[in-house]
Design a protein around this ligand. Structure first.
Ligand code: PLP
Length: 372
């Protein structure tokens, strides 16, 4: 059975975590102690930003950044092809999400789509950009420049993009703050968790406060300065993060090996997929394969499951403007027609750092049989 998720921890690593959990419990320092600090420093170093601040989830990190950017009652552009959380964070912060369509080649918006959205909504104050499946659009430097020159903040929702790089710049280091998720299915995990990356000392300090009930500068006494929350990461999660981060590039390289074996077959069969060739490195959280009309994604999922291959979640078969929870948000259907057309028509192969050579052979056979 080929499954979409794989927890990449060796027996030795699990033993290390068990032993360290004992040490943490005995020390009584369960949160905001040495592992959290080391993990944040190491993650910032990996992404290339000056600071990183860990939290209990990516969603909290997005909301914290939106709070700092003043999103309340203001319009914020966001792709419709994203996880619920990107849009929910804007709404929870009291902002107004403005949906952007996507470029079918990469399943993310592009500069033209952003400019169109901005012309139509000159009052947007910023953008929550999402590197879907770990794909950084080829024109992302231009997008960052456009945001800078037009006074729009650019938050990168990098929940899928650990280690993704365009022209040697890592996701999370292009704009005015990035946020990563460490949910169990992600490229690396801390079980639950998230982290904000930023080059602003002031914002890093404020996020440290917001995640800790508004207590500033490590002052854990009685004064609360910001309307924060209880959004801390625990010490054991930070320790797991350190173990995962140490082998992140290795885990990504394994995903790349699998994908590089499959791409030539897709090209030979004229099967369309989202290319990552323009990137220095892609996290390959999801490898997006597009299929033509005639089948639904759930029919293809059933066919694969009959071959003992479980396809994981796609990114995304239902774009956010079609989600029941967001039905009251306003948009013009004609503005989102590419997402409407392509989102339902793709699958993501179950590829991860545990994918074996036999798995690759089985995936190739199933693709040849079931994708047209
Ligand atoms: C694009 C995107 N943003 C944000 C999130 C939220 O992450 P978390 O579960 O860590 O809050 C997810 C979760 O899957 C996601 O896919």
């Amino acid at each position: 059975m080929i499954k979409p998720f794989y927890l990449d921890l060796s027996e030795q690593e699990i033993e290390l975590i068990q032993a360290e959990l004992g040490n943490i419990l005995r020390s009584g320092q369960l949160i905001l102690a040495k592992h959290t600090e080391t993990f944040e420093n190491e993650f910032a170093r990996y992404v290339g930003t000056q600071y990183a601040v860990s939290l209990n989830s990516c969603t909290s990190g997005l909301q914290a950044l939106l709070m700092l950017k003043g999103a309340k009652h203001r319009k914020v552009a966001v792709p419709t092809n994203t996880n619920f959380a990107s849009v929910a964070a804007i709404l929870r912060e009291g902002g107004i999400p403005i949906f952007m369509d996507m470029n079918p080649n990469y399943f993310v918006p592009d500069l033209e789509i952003l400019q169109y959205t901005h012309e139509k909504h000159p009052d947007i104050i910023g953008v929550v950009w999402v590197h879907i499946g770990g794909i950084i659009t080829p024109d992302f430097f231009e997008i960052a420049e456009y945001c800078r020159t037009n006074n729009l903040f650019l938050i990168e929702d990098a929940a899928h993009a650990h280690g993704s790089m365009l022209n040697n710049v890592k996701a999370g280091n292009f704009g005015d703050g990035g946020v990563f998720s460490f949910f169990p299915t992600k490229v690396m995990t801390t079980i639950e968790g998230g982290i904000v990356t930023t080059n602003s000392l002031e914002e890093a300090e404020l996020i440290r406060s917001i995640r800790n009930q508004g207590k500033r500068k490590g002052n854990y006494g009685g004064l609360h300065y910001d309307l924060g929350n209880s959004w801390r990461m625990s010490e054991i999660e930070a320790y797991i993060g350190l173990i995962q981060l140490a082998k992140l590039d290795q885990m990504i390289a394994h995903r790349a090996m699998a994908v590089n074996n499959i791409i030539p077959i897709l090209e030979k069969l004229n099967i369309d997929y989202c290319s990552i060739k323009h990137m220095t490195q892609a996290s390959l959280y999801k490898f997006i394969i597009k299929f033509k009309n005639g089948c639904t994604a759930s029919e293809i999922k059933t066919k694969f499951s009959e071959e003992n291959i479980i396809l994981g979640g796609a990114v995304y078969n239902v774009p956010c403007h079609k989600q029941p929870v967001f039905e009251n948000l306003s948009f013009e259907p004609a503005d989102l027609f590419i997402s409407d057309k392509y989102c339902p028509q793709h699958i993501c192969l179950p590829i991860h750092s545990g994918t074996t050579d036999e798995d690759i052979d089985s995936l190739i056979l199933a693709v040849k049989k079931h994708i047209i």
